[in-house]
Write a protein that binds this ligand. Structure first.
Ligand code: NAP
Length: 297
């Protein structure tokens, strides 16, 4: 089900089941396989598939991809930043890499005749969400943010809530503690100014940023991680503090629950305030929104 893109310095990928290949760029956007079927078989013209750009990199994006992958009336394209070395093969046509800021995304929307955008990026991916809001407004393309509600503190939780990762470093205190870091690789270097702690870093791939923390232990794992595994790791490594962003969602919640059970203090980085945009937290609402933004035949 290839979709050819006409713009961008980014890699252009077409995905067909498990096979993923790089394709040449063509001058016009694809009409999709169903338009092609209609043309070649002389069948009744089908409804024009809505050309949907999904900004991904999250489990929400994964759920949306799964929901639209077999839809004949939706022509989706998944966009990934390319941060993960070995992303799971996409079940829909996909592209990898930045667009080149607001202007690049604007060009992409118009060159690829995108009808609607679902921003299903992580709640802490501030830049791409801000860019999407500006580009969609400029290109007059409807935008929906698909996100998960933040985690709420349970009365049994021992949380220290902070606004930034820098503040999380301060919250660890001056005494040596054993700290599990799960806030993401980009902010690992911030902890270098508190070298008194013993750090356990959990990540999907080995982050080069871990070199800033000599002596840190690396645990490689891709979520979702089971509660029992979180508890075992925290117990075996005698974790005293856990650092996390308030990502929300079920996929990474087990660490919060494990910390509660074991009495581990959690330093929680609050969410940034995103751009004001129409927002949905349920897949059914996203699908209804897509339906409502289908272009007129
Ligand atoms: P970010 O700071 O908001 O974005 C930085 C730049 O990366 C953007 O300006 C854009 O480049 C490019 N980019 C980001 N997401 C993209 C996407 N889905 N498709 C194409 N380009 C994208 O993003 P981030 O915090 O580094 O996160 C990168 C990706 O990882 C996101 O897709 C996000 O969903 C996922 N993720 C982030 C976190 C987190 O904690 N931040 C956690 C889990 C997953 P251009 O300006 O060149 O277009």
């Amino acid at each position: 089900m290839p979709v050819y893109e006409t713009h961008g310095a980014s890699t252009v990928i077409a995905s067909d089941g498990d096979a993923t290949q790089t394709r040449p760029q063509l001058p016009t956007p694809s009409l999709g396989r169903f338009a092609l079927l209609a043309m070649t078989e002389g069948a009744m013209p089908l409804r024009n598939p809505i050309r949907l750009l999904i900004l991904g990199g999250t489990s929400e994006a994964g759920a949306l991809v799964a929901a639209v992958a077999r839809r004949e009336d939706i022509a989706p394209i998944l966009s990934l930043a390319g941060r993960t070395g070995n992303p799971k093969p996409a079940r829909i046509p996909s592209r990898i890499g930045g667009f080149g800021g607001v202007e690049g995304l604007c060009d992409y929307l118009s060159c690829n005749a995108i009808d609607a955008v679902v921003d299903a990026t992580h709640p802490f991916a501030e830049q791409i969400s801000a860019n999407a809001a500006k580009a969609c407004a400029a290109a007059r393309v409807p935008l929906l943010v698909f996100t998960r509600p933040p985690w709420r503190r349970d009365p049994a939780d021992d949380w220290i809530e902070v606004d930034t990762v820098e503040a999380a470093v301060d919250a660890l205190g001056t005494e040596r503690r054993t700290v599990m870091l799960t806030q993401g690789r980009l902010q690992l270097a911030a902890f270098a100014r508190a070298p008194q702690h013993r750090y356990i870093v959990r990540a999907i791939d080995r982050p080069v940023e871990i070199d800033a923390l000599p002596g840190a232990m690396l645990v490689l794992a891709r979520g979702p991680i089971e509660l029992a595994d979180e508890e075992r790791l925290m117990r075996e490594e005698r974790i005293e503090l856990l650092v996390t962003k308030n990502s929300g969602g079920a996929a990474t919640y087990a660490k919060i629950e494990a910390a509660r059970r074991l009495g581990v203090t959690v330093v929680v980085v609050r969410r940034p305030t995103g751009p004001s945009a129409e927002t949905a937290t349920e897949l059914s609402a996203v699908l209804a929104w897509i339906e409502a933004h289908r272009p007129a035949p």
